[in-house]
Design a protein around this ligand. Sequence first.
Ligand code: FAD
Length: 489
Amino acid sequence: MSKDKHTIVIGAGIGGLTAGALLLQAGHQVTVLEAHIYPGGSAGTFYHQKYRFDAGATLAAGFSPDGPHGRVAQILDLQWPVRPADPAWLVHLPDGRTVTQWSDPTRWREEWITAFPDSGDFWRTQELLAKISWDVSSRPFPWPPQKARDFITLARALRPATARALPFLFRKISDFAPDDDPMFRSFLDGQLLISAQTTADKADALYGSAALDLPRRGVNHVQGGIGSLAKTLVDWIRANGGQVLYRHQVERIDVKNGRAVGARTKNGLRLEGDTILGNVTPWSLGDLLADAVPRKLRRELARRQATWGAFTLYLGLNTETLPKQVASHHQVIIDSNQPLGEGNSVFISLADAHDSGRAPEGRRPATLSTHVAIAPWWQLYQSDHQAYLRRRAEYTNRLLAAAEKAIPGIRGSIELCLPGTPVTFEFYTRRSSGMVGGFPQTSLISARGTRTGIKNLWLVGDSIFPGQSTAGVTLGAMRVAADVLGASG
Ligand SMILES: Cc1cc2nc3c(=O)[nH]c(=O)nc-3n(C[C@H](O)[C@H](O)[C@H](O)COP(=O)(O)OP(=O)(O)OC[C@H]3O[C@@H](n4cnc5c(N)ncnc54)[C@H](O)[C@@H]3O)c2cc1C
């Protein structure tokens, strides 16, 4: 393929950068336009008062040779700056028990037998479904199928073992999970909320089983912070003749005769392209298309409910007063009778203790986050700023109280504390209303694909299947790159 095909990528998130790099490797000329001054979006690392804080994502999976990042490394011949983390994280349950998410399968088996002795049948089914899901997704996996060729590829990917998953195609995780132990359900719900954006009663059985298996697939610390993944891709794109332009916020996609023909940035750059990839949410894509939004996308935007936002805290910690030997990653669930999120489930990540470049001597950065509904934040932000600030202070306290349960004494170590709300996320990641993490994975049948209603304009990132996480958007980006190459043949 010649370099005369120009692909414009709007956004330097992991999805946009990965798709851009794969298309560059395949012979396209590639320009990535990024609004911010660094790449990574929700998986970016920002610099503040000599700390390097992870903005959202803190843990990365999928680096084994058959994992999404591992496969991209082989295709592009690049090295990821990662180091395995085991245990992956510790789950602190409302009854005071702690369950360790070991990557090592033997230790994990011992762990669940001790914590939830009656859950054996569940874990055996989950393991079987996860194995099938990971196996299928490690081959070309055009899901959801969009054209005849996708159905043929999927049919070829089927193995006799795959048939064992068919009875679960329309089922939820809760359909085969014991429901008589509230701590077990809290545990499951907590894991699924961070990996599938929904809880056991709604999470698709196959997707949810694969998501529950993430710690066993290997989880990693990223040297320099999670943003080093995006930085690695930016360096690769630039070294191979592509362009990544920061401070270039796209404000309009030009459409002529039903084709996307170019992108215009706020600072006056106008680029023409043969293919455009939007590493944005469908709502943001609608804004960029303005009057040219195709009818189908317009209907989708009207129909879809808002997705989760995040409330985050960025802490600068004094390591002298932190407990020694503290694990890096924790999830705290406060009350099993209340819905998760909104400070009732909190993820806490301390930067890798071996990564000295993340903070001044004797200090360590941490990122805390909880799922939140976006609407109350925006209502207060727009109508009553004092009430917005009070809510922010209240959520700060909720997250710190949760962190105390995981790491007693952590409050006394805090030297710097920055809160982030959906308003902050919208400002820094340009994701509309600060919605993060993509769509809840409730059904494989209704999964969102790559199409936008305009033939040469594609979505990439966590709004398309398989959704959130750096590994998830990487799989999605491989799909988009294959679709673009298939279409431009
Ligand atoms: C609090 C939190 C915790 C998380 N924890 C984890 C975790 O531990 N592990 C994990 O794997 N995942 C985690 N995730 C999810 C993961 O971060 C995301 O799913 C993933 O990074 C999204 O990638 P993306 O490709 O959709 O791009 P995004 O992250 O959405 O980035 C899009 C980029 O496009 C840019 N952009 C947008 N609009 C424009 C425009 N008009 N012009 C130019 N540029 C534009 C933005 O500035 C941004 O850089 C977490 C997410 C959050 C919010």
